[in-house]
Design a protein around this ligand. Structure first.
Ligand SMILES: [Zn+2]
Length: 66
């Protein structure tokens, strides 16, 4: 079971929306975009499928012309 304090600081990594904890399924569901995040050993697995694209965008921004 996740602690309420942890739930309070967590938000959807995709849209920053509030998460709803489904105790019976041990899942976090985003109230805004409806994305579902599994919870394993009381640790929410906050993975967004298209996160690789975001990392790619970040590295491109950090690359400065010489
Ligand atoms: Zn969301």
């Amino acid at each position: 079971m996740l602690k309420k304090e942890l739930l309070d600081i967590l938000c959807c990594p995709q849209c920053k929306g509030d998460l709803d904890y489904k105790v019976d399924r041990n899942e976090l569901v985003c109230k805004s975009c409806g994305k579902v995040y599994a919870v394993r050993d009381d640790i929410p697995i906050m993975l967004v499928d298209d996160s690789t694209r975001r990392v790619d965008d970040l590295s491109r921004q950090q690359r400065e012309p010489e």
